[in-house]
Design a binder for this molecule. Structure first.
Ligand code: ATP
Ligand code: MG
Length: 358
């Protein structure tokens, strides 16, 4: 029996509703399989905690989390607490402290979903974005001089280290080497950004040439690449991008998939020195929080990624297949997908399908 300890951080808003859906699906998969078992510990950290205690989580929370095999996160951020407080107070310390330098986000039109891209059907679009998750443009370094004066100057530094750049690009190559068409696209902007991006390109080409000659690699400027996400999304197997570029591209990827409520993400520490963290791409959605109508698919897909990371790709695939069965059947849908069902009803439907598949 594989026993897995899961730290659960529901966070804010609909995170509380979707995390419950994720846990229920994990438990259903575990029970049907019989070879894996999950033990959860919930932590009520986030913006509500901040309003009571003046911090997003208690001091030393990373030490607490380090003892778990994996982390399941809902969503963090709520009106009344500035974004930089919620981000730098909880999410970013976990990503950086646990060296979760890979942010993996699948971009895929699921069966039964209508993409806003005209003429694109399930099967046409199926690739993975790898976003650098610890450095780059989100460096927290910079400064502001002469505030409010006509000669005011503001600088934000971008940091690309050799270790940080090589490890994310190598990870993306490894994924691409296992993809059917072995295609890897690197996002760049080396014409306008003339120190960091040429460096990124250099390492991209070096590692490709030396270690992965079998991978078909190409670099694409971020502006053209964004256009190609819309015009030629079938071209991609794996896309690797810096922190900022990856952030923007994956939101676009989520939009292509039909609803932000369906996109999932994994924050991975590939060396497994620290726990990895799995979460939906969407935020806390204050506009629909507390009504029980959030789409649980992004969170359920995130537990599918978790299962894969735990060495149970078979279970992860069964979960995503079950989600697609429900979407294709089209009977049970949350309002963002044009239906009238609740989060719980959609989760029930996925679990029922899962039971047929396992
Ligand atoms: P954050 O800053 O945390 O990324 P945000 O305000 O930018 O959050 P979301 O919280 O993701 O973005 O919400 C954007 C819109 O998408 C909202 O209208 C929200 O209701 C909707 N939305 C987000 N997630 C879901 C979901 N799981 N199901 C249905 N609608 C969702
Ligand atoms: Mg946002």
């Amino acid at each position: 029996m594989q026993n897995v300890s899961v730290a659960v951080i529901p966070g804010d808003g609909i995170g509380n509703e979707t995390v419950r859906a994720g846990r229920r699906v994990l438990d259903a998969a575990a029970e049907l399989d019989g070879g894996i078992k999950f033990e959860y510990t919930e932590f009520e950290w986030g913006c509500a905690y901040y309003l009571r205690h003046g911090e997003m989580a208690p001091k030393g929370f990373l030490n607490t989390l380090a003892n778990f095999d994996t982390i399941l996160l809902g969503a963090v951020g709520y009106p009344g607490v500035p974004d930089h407080v919620s981000l730098w107070g909880l999410l970013l310390p976990i990503r950086r402290g646990f060296e979760q330098y890979v942010n993996l986000r699948p971009v895929r039109i699921l069966r039964g979903v209508v993409s806003p891209l005209r003429g694109r059907n399930p099967g046409d679009v199926n690739f993975v974005c790898i976003r650098e998750n610890t450095e780059g443009e989100y460096s927290n370094m910079g400064g502001r001089l002469h505030a409010g004066l006509p000669h005011e100057v503001v600088v934000q530094n971008t940091v690309f280290t050799r270790v940080g750049t090589e490890r994310i690009i190598r990870y993306a190559y490894q994924l691409a080497a296992n993809a059917p068409r072995k295609r890897l696209c690197g996002a760049t902007k080396s014409n306008g950004i003339n120190y960091t991006m040429p460096y990124w390109d250099e390492i991209f080409n070096e590692i490709g040439e030396r270690e992965f000659p079998e991978v078909n690699r190409w670099l694409c400027h971020i502006d053209a690449l964004a256009a190609n996400f819309v015009l030629k999304p079938d071209e991609f197997d794996v896309v690797v991008a810096s922190n900022l570029f990856g952030d923007i591209l994956t939101d676009l990827g989520g939009a292509i998939m039909g609803s932000i409520g369906m996109a999932a993400s994994a924050n991975i520490n590939p060396e497994r020195r620290y726990p990895s963290m799995f979460e939906p791409v969407h935020g806390s959605a204050p506009d629909i929080a507390g009504r029980g109508i959030a789409n649980p698919v992004g969170q359920i897909w995130s537990v599918s990624l978790m299962l894969e990371h735990l060495g149970r790709a078979d279970l992860g695939k069964a979960v995503l297949d079950a989600v697609e069965d429900v979407l294709e059947e089209g009977r049970v849908r949350t309002p963002d997908l044009g239906g009238r069902n609740t989060t719980d009803e959609m989760t029930d439907a996925v679990i029922a399908r899962l039971a047929q598949r396992l």
